[in-house]
Design a protein around this ligand. Sequence first.
Ligand SMILES: C[S@@+](CC[C@H](N)C(=O)[O-])C[C@H]1O[C@@H](n2cnc3c(N)ncnc32)[C@H](O)[C@@H]1O
Length: 301
Amino acid sequence: VHQPVLLDEVLFNLNVLPNGIYMDATFGRGGHAAAILHQLNNQGRLIALDRDPDARDASKEYELDQRFSFYWDSFLNIKMIAKQAWVLGKVNGILIDLGVSSPQLMDPERGFSFMKDGPLDMRMDPTQGISAAQWLNQADRDEITHVLRTYGEEPYAKRISNAIIETRKKQSITTTGQLVHIICRARPRNRHKHPATLAFQAIRIWINRELEHLKVCLQASLDVLAVGGRLLVISFHSLEDRIVKQFIRQQSQTPYELARIPIQIKPRLKKIGAAIKPSKKEIVKNPRARSAILRIAEKLL
Ligand SMILES: C[S@@+](CC[C@H](N)C(=O)[O-])C[C@H]1O[C@@H](n2cnc3c(N)ncnc32)[C@H](O)[C@@H]1O
């Protein structure tokens, strides 16, 4: 089961028009999607996508709903998907709920969790790219250190990469359990977090090229949204949130020193309100929500 995060806040800020066209770029298990569909009338449309094959299977529940379409793809391709789907016009709202879903984390076969032993895969789409195990067994020391530092902000990146290199001289690393064991021996314990938290986050982000896909998707959203349409992004860690915050800030700025602003550099977005975090009540009900942060912008031109 996946409980949608900040559901009321998403619905309120998406400003759902009953006959509008909406995109859920991270369908997951369809928690947000179901609530959006509930607010649409017969003319309304929801275009959903997700790069995970299990999310695609879950979306079959809605396949008879004429208002709904699903694309098994990364939101990297949001513009191409919108072009195929927007027979009716541009999109009135886009929701991007980043990160992994609870079913992805809970399935040991997917290799996302340091709490469960399983094959070290970590790909959101296991038919694309290489698995975490393939990468860890072939990357050089500097590359592993760089990934752990950049995408996990792991202070013991060098110690962990040294331990990975030493281990793989004797045996290849194929399971999450093996990787957790290597990390726990290489770095000190932390009172608040499992020692493997940062390294697992870093490797997952790298294997799925998460930040690159996000940057492309945000830029493309400017061409996909109708004027007045809303962009909502929920992030779960500072690296993602920084990208979203900077993007909204850059796209909302007016170069005030110019007397007449050429159309190409007029701000294309308006920031809506401050960042929204879940209430204490939501965090008690759904601890996964604790690090969520929602940012909202509106398309100007
Ligand atoms: C937090 S879950 C979304 C949950 C969903 N909002 C719900 O209510 O069920 C994140 C989802 O985003 C998907 N995802 C992550 N990166 C993606 C990308 N680049 N393109 C498409 N889907 C992506 C994951 O596969 C996962 O299913």
